[in-house]
Design a protein around this ligand. Sequence first.
Ligand code: NAI
Length: 215
Amino acid sequence: MSKNAISDSVIRRLPRYYRFLGELEKDGYIRISSRELSEKMGLTASQIRQDFNCFGEFGQQGYGYNVRDLRGEIGKILGLEKLTPMILIGAGNLGKAIAAHIDFSSKGFDLIGAFDANPDLFGMKTGGVSVQSVDELEAFCAEKKPAAAILCVPMEAAEKMADRLIECGVKAFWNFTHFDLRTTHADISVENVHLGDSLTTLSYRLNTFSKEKQN
Ligand code: NAI
């Protein structure tokens, strides 16, 4: 089945499958049944079977899934076989933390540059790269051709910066600003990240759980 036919909700679950299967592989698992995997992941076995059926005949009746093969296939779907060059724009508090703590290569990316408008930050090392002036962005992109960018600038600067990066050939944004690039740039790949939304979801869960206990 082609990648395009896989629904967004399945795609959203794939990184978690990939991570779990990697841990299982490290623990020496050769194969695993959908039931065992479902117990470990807190999903139903039928959900797992349905998800994996989207991209091929992986399970075998009575055998389960070959952990390494399945992880390899999910990695292929996620585009992790090659590293996409990526740059960081905005090396402030959040940008620095992301550059320093994300294991880019295991996620299919290679952090090749960091840019900021603040001269005090030029030359500072973060995530293995030195922060450069944003004035050097065009020349850098012409030479190194990054296809993806992490956007960690103030919200007011986001749209203009996105336009500039798209001009430079950037096609994908890991967007931490609260400016929604999806609405203004429909033809590029955007993953908006909002830690606050995740926290609000926790509030919902906590409150729903408390109410259920009261009833
Ligand atoms: P910060 O002020 O520490 O860092 C922003 C950096 O962007 C600064 O170093 C500044 O010099 C630089 N900058 C400003 N304009 C620029 C431009 N035109 N070109 C290049 N660099 C430029 O701010 P912080 O805390 O790191 O937050 C960064 C962004 O992330 C903000 O938009 C903030 O709202 C957002 N944020 C998002 C979160 C989320 O969960 N999505 C969580 C926390 C912050």
